[in-house]
Design a protein around this ligand. Sequence first.
Ligand SMILES: Cc1ncc(COP(=O)(O)O)c(C=O)c1O
Length: 367
Amino acid sequence: MEFDARRLAREELRDLPVYSPGKSPEEAAREYGIQDCVKMASNENPLGPSPLAVEAVKRAMSMAHVYPDPNCTKLREALSRRLGVPAECILVGHGADEIFDLLAYAFLDRDDEIVVGDPTFTSYELAALTMGAKARKVPLREYRQDIPAMLDAMGARTKMVMLCSPLNPTGTTVSGGELEEMLGSLPRDVLLVLDEAYVEYVSDPDHPDAMAYFNREPRLVVTRTFSKIYGLAGLRVGYAVCHPTVREAMEKVKLPFNVSRLAQEAALAALGDEEHVRRSRKANERGKKRLYRLFEELGMGYVPTQANFILVKNGSYPDLFERLLRSGVIVRAGEALGLPGHVRVTIGDEAQNDRLEKALRGIAGGG
Ligand SMILES: Cc1ncc(COP(=O)(O)O)c(C=O)c1O
């Protein structure tokens, strides 16, 4: 009989889907023969990393033979000063994705449950399924997470509720009132995980300050990342702000050297480059307004966003994703995100937005 490791693998893995990232320009080139695709699919910062982060990585390279600090001490101290929370409440991960895995490893037993919006960022559910736990999925209401319905969905086995704000894939946020409502009714031994991967892009002045909530609510776990506005997705750095006992549990299951020396130094430099963050935020606002105007002119519906991506309705172009791809613009198909009839477009730099505009005008003009 032929060897097949599926017989050996844990039962939980049998039906576990593999995370599928958006199409890469290389794949598009292979499949469609288009050589100069622009990728507006993964919500990366089109301005790239801070030049200070690039310099920091070059400097750190000469120490590449030495293991990195397993505790990310300098970065945690800098984050502690920036956020006004004790360093003992911060855990740095190999991207925010690792934090979701660590939360699952540390807190989810078989048949436990997490409550999530539907759709939401898929990593939460994948992490839970790996542990034999399940996700109770609560449909969005008007593209927003439905807090009362999420509270209703909690059962005796619920260990965590995952909120994403701004929400990937719709760009909507959780209001201060909704956060109050959730925390006010959260059962005693349930963690509320608030994923703020895109928070630095938020322009709504009423957006709640998660750190203020954290300082009075030990069950709140706030996750953030250096992959988005800080432009370091390729280096993999994210972090959790959480109660020290939550951090301790996660530390027991994390790899000792989970964040490379280069990544730690880059994140530290990026955190210090406030000008780069300001520039990135401004460019995003400019691009957002431009794309809103374009969609409106072409009669295409969209969901107003607080992040660096926009959910666009296919409207009269059911195959919008394919058509854009054939025009050399890679976006994210709604089907893959649980929102058929939509595409998610990352707000690009001027050149990328030009390409998107040209492609959409071609499609709308019958091209
Ligand atoms: C909502 C959300 N959370 C977390 C992440 C993952 O962040 P990281 O790159 O730090 O793993 C993403 C990445 O797309 C995201 O959209």
